[in-house]
Design a protein around this ligand. Structure first.
Ligand SMILES: C[S@@+](CC[C@H](N)C(=O)[O-])C[C@H]1O[C@@H](n2cnc3c(N)ncnc32)[C@H](O)[C@@H]1O
Length: 311
């Protein structure tokens, strides 16, 4: 029987929505390391930007997030309420106003969005805010400051976003994907034997970044729910950097298969200032493409295979 994964992905594309923790760099690694025939549903309870779903393209999927703005955005692409032509017109108009009125205009749109919502406003804020962040306060209000680029929506930037929207809309039309607002606990309850669950939870200990908080008790509850799943799963989690090690992995996941991906990010302009981070992909035993029960830290040579230099 043919298998959907493992597979080699030669190209990874970026989705129209940005969020911290986006897994663009790790997608080929995920595709290469999991084993699943694709008979059931791809379940992704922490969808975020959707980068993993859109690049892996499973035929049937149930994807969810507690962030209603993300889910509404993709559902409106699905229903046709918004499309690439609407996005182009909207961003052209908004871009002109932003050029003219600068940050005052950004904050007006942000206030209006926090009152009434709106997928186009969400996209505008997400693509003009500081560092493409997705951050909400404890009342669920978007609170990222302006990115200080009034000329942000150049012709080429708008075309880039429009192409990302067109790409995602074509996928949503082609595949059987359901997008729902849901807490991970509810989504996981629906999993069946042939499904495969990919989890990319928020970083433990960081409370303010996402639509709702995430702490040790959520992380431990996720462990309980995941260990009861009737199907395969893989979980993305940071493993260690120069300063810290993720103790959650040692505490809960050493019995499963763990593959490591090593990448670097720059904190300054010179080579000396590059920092290394090791990401873990925890894969349920029996669902890893590399047949080993418990893989310990990869050798430097193996790690180098997956290293992607940062531009
Ligand atoms: C690390 S991000 C996922 C990033 C995604 N893999 C990507 O590539 O863009 C984690 C996501 O989990 C969502 N989230 C936080 N708490 C949640 C919960 N209790 N249930 C479901 N989703 C939650 C956040 O809104 C956020 O979008």
């Amino acid at each position: 029987m043919s298998k959907l994964f493992p597979t080699i992905l030669s190209q990874v594309k970026a989705p129209p929505i940005k969020c911290q923790g986006i897994k663009t760099k790790l997608i080929p690694f995920i595709a290469q390391n999991i084993e699943w025939n694709g008979d059931g549903r791809w379940i992704e309870p922490f969808l975020g930007s959707g980068s993993v779903l859109f690049n892996l393209k499973p035929p049937i999927a149930l994807v969810s997030d507690t962030n209603k703005h993300i889910i509404t955005f993709y559902n409106e692409l699905k229903s046709g309420k918004i499309n690439e032509a609407i996005v182009r017109d909207y961003l052209c108009q908004m871009g002109k106003k932003l050029t003219k009125r600068g940050e005052k205009f950004y904050y007006e749109v942000r206030d209006e969005f926090n009152e009434k919502g709106g997928s186009l406003e969400f996209l505008f804020l997400n693509r003009s805010c500081f560092n493409g962040l997705m951050r909400f306060n404890s009342d669920g209000k978007y609170n990222v400051p302006f990115g200080h680029k009034p000329q942000r929506f150049s012709k080429s930037y708008i075309t880039k976003i429009v192409n990302q929207v067109a790409w995602v809309r074509s996928l949503i039309k082609r595949y059987d994907w359901e997008f729902i607002v849901s807490d991970f606990r509810m989504t996981l309850k629906t999993a069946k034997q042939n499904d495969f669950v990919y989890l990319d939870p928020p970083y433990i200990g960081r409370h303010t970044d996402y639509f709702n908080s995430w702490d040790d008790s959520d992380a431990e509850e996720m462990v309980r729910c995941v260990k009861q799943l009737p199907c395969g799963y893989a979980i993305s989690m940071w493993q260690e950097n120069k300063y810290r090690k993720n103790e959650h992995i040692d505490k809960f996941w050493l019995t499963e298969t763990i593959q490591h991906f090593n990448h670097f990010y720059h904190v300054g302009s010179t080579e000396n200032l590059r920092n290394e981070i090791i990401e873990a992909l925890i894969i349920r035993n029996g669902y890893s493409s590399i047949s080993q029960l418990v893989s310990t830290k990869r050798s430097e040579k193996e790690i180098a295979l997956f290293e992607i230099p940062t531009a």
